[in-house]
Design a protein around this ligand. Structure first.
Ligand code: NAD
Ligand code: UDX
Length: 476
């Protein structure tokens, strides 16, 4: 029986875009995205979607009300669907056993229990959320222990690989779709049903099928590998700063090896986002539980280097500003964890802002897409209400944010920061005027010619327009 109705539990960064693209590419399937948050569903049903993602508005406009629906009627969504995606959040646990490392599966379990309570026909249940290896077994246990008479379930793992900011393109042109299922007649049939959905637009050769546990582990592994590359290049950025090597040149040379490849070698203030840290911590926890301490320690280093990089960058800002930023005005350009998203989860900007606020700085913050309320919420959580009220001002553009400041700190690689009129900005700043480019996106030579003192990641410190060489550094 081909799938006619899909329900997705969780209308977040994954559930919303993924189901919008499924609806776009499968006009014969009715797709309903449900969420327990009335506010989030109301936003999906309004003209201002709850998340900023290039291309998403167009896709939603084409399908909403046709074969794509957003609803808080979870019961109806589950009852009517042939196939149900569980796309709820799986944050790091903040309490109890595994605190700070294990994934909190309470939302996944909640979704599984709702399905068991409501479903009165057979369902294919698909784990879309990122989960620990063998989580599908727990879902299956809950469903099979609570099922209504005559109702049976197949559980599939179908992790999502989209990146925020490029989600629509990633979904339309996925490198691969991964589907894991049970090696039984019913399991393989369920895998085929989900393959059929994706085959509406993804070539069959790009749809990989595996056993359930391989699929679950592959998702954690992919994120761990990607983050590992960033931590590797970031660790070398420290070597570059100490020696006079240039991290961009090193990345270019290393990435030219076709076995290594050029992507994900951009040195930065550190990686952020809701996935990398959470998923690696989860992997580390799993390894510890499996009594594999050496493997756990290996992956933990990816996180440790990221923390080191964020602290190193913040310390560089303070050190360069004569070791004191107390009462200095500092413009923070960018608050999102990467460009083309309004998401701030685990954004390195929060770490940098907190460190500077702790040292008494006054922050002028501008981000093109992050809502002001989100910035205030993040900083209030990271530091406290008093500091935020006293020392944080938010701006609607980079020019007003930088006027009268001692330094600019670029935390997000937004394209618009590259083309700002830095001559005008320089004229309106305190002198000496500093730029700390935490993303290596600016034209440093041009900035130095204007008169800025420029600091970047993995390139030697450049003072008053003069590039200090390793030799001259040694003589200082
Ligand atoms: P999110 O927080 O944006 O959205 C999750 C949604 O689930 C929320 O709106 C929440 O209200 C809803 N929810 C939770 N429990 C519910 C329940 N019982 N019933 C109905 N709604 C419920 O999370 P996200 O970023 O979309 O991530 C979802 C999952 O996908 C996570 O496991 C994450 O690791 C994974 N993932 C995320 C990304 C990403 O880029 N954000 C990429 C790949 C995978
Ligand atoms: C990541 C994975 O890429 C995606 O496959 C998975 O589904 C979810 O997690 P996301 O976190 O949305 O996606 O964005 P990503 O592009 O991976 O960037 C993560 C962080 O790494 C950002 O802070 C980004 O700025 C940083 N980054 C990325 C670097 O610092 N250097 C790079 O070379 C690449």
């Amino acid at each position: 029986m081909p799938i006619k109705k899909i329900c997705c539990i969780g209308a977040g960064y994954v559930g919303g875009p993924t189901c919008s693209v499924i609806a776009l590419k499968c006009p014969n399937i009715m797709v309903t995205v449900v969420d327990k948050s009335k506010e989030r569903i109301a936003q999906w049903n309004s003209d201002k979607l709850p998340i900023y993602e290039p291309g998403l508005d167009d896709v939603v406009k084409k399908c909403k009300g046709v074969n794509l629906f957003f609803s808080v009627d979870i019961e109806k969504g589950i009852r009517e669907a042939d196939l149900i995606f569980i796309s709820v959040n799986t944050p790091t646990k903040t309490f109890g056993n595994g605190k700070g490392r294990a994934a909190d599966l309470k939302y996944v379990e909640g979704a599984a229990r709702m399905i068991a309570d409501i479903a009165d026909e057979d369902k294919i249940v698909v784990e879309k959320s990122t989960v620990p290896v063998r989580a599908a077994e727990s879902i299956m246990n809950i469903l099979r222990a609570n099922h209504k008479p005559g109702v049976s379930y197949q559980i599939l793992s179908n992790p999502e690989f989209l990146s925020e900011g490029t989600a629509i393109d990633n979904l339309l042109n996925a490198d691969r779709v991964l589907i894991g299922g049970e090696d039984t007649k019913e399991g393989l049939a369920a895998v085929e049903e989900l393959c059929w959905v994706y085959e509406h637009w993804i070539p069959r050769k790009n749809i990989l099928t595996t056993n359930t546990w391989s699929s679950e582990l592959s998702k954690l592994a992919a994120n761990a590998f990607l983050a590992q590359r960033i931590s590797s290049i970031n660790s070398l950025s420290a070597v570059c700063e100490a020696t006079g090597a240039d991290v961009s040149e090193v990345a270019r040379a290393v990435g030219r090896d076709s076995r290594i490849g050029p992507k994900f070698l951009q040195a930065s203030v550190g990686f952020g986002g809701s996935c990398f840290q959470k998923d690696i911590l989860n992997l580390v926890y799993i390894c510890e539980c499996l009594n594999l301490p050496e493997v756990a320690a290996y992956w933990q280093q990816v996180i440790d280097i990221n923390e080191y990089q964020k602290s190193r960058f913040s310390a560089k800002v303070i050190g360069s500003l004569f070791n004191t930023v107390t009462d200095k005005k500092i413009a923070l350009l960018g608050f999102a964890f990467k460009k083309d998203t309004g998401d701030t989860r685990e954004s390195p900007a929060i770490h940098v802002a907190k460190t500077l606020l702790d040292e008494g700085a006054k922050l002028h913050i501008y981000d093109p897409k992050v809502e002001s309320a989100q910035i205030i919420e993040d900083l209030t959580y990271a530091i406290d209400d008093y500091h935020v009220k006293k020392s944080v001002s938010l701006y609607n553009d980079a020019y007003s944010a930088t006027a009268g400041t001692h330094a600019i700190v670029v935390c997000t690689e937004w394209d618009e920061f590259i083309t700002l009129d830095y001559k005008n900005i320089y004229n309106a700043m305190m002198k000496p005027a500093y730029v700390f480019d935490g993303r290596n996106i600016l034209d440093h030579d041009k900035l130095m010619k204007i008169g800025f003192e420029v600091h970047s990641i993995g390139k030697q410190m450049q003072r008053c327009g003069v590039k200090r060489t390793w030799g001259s550094m040694n003589q200082m």
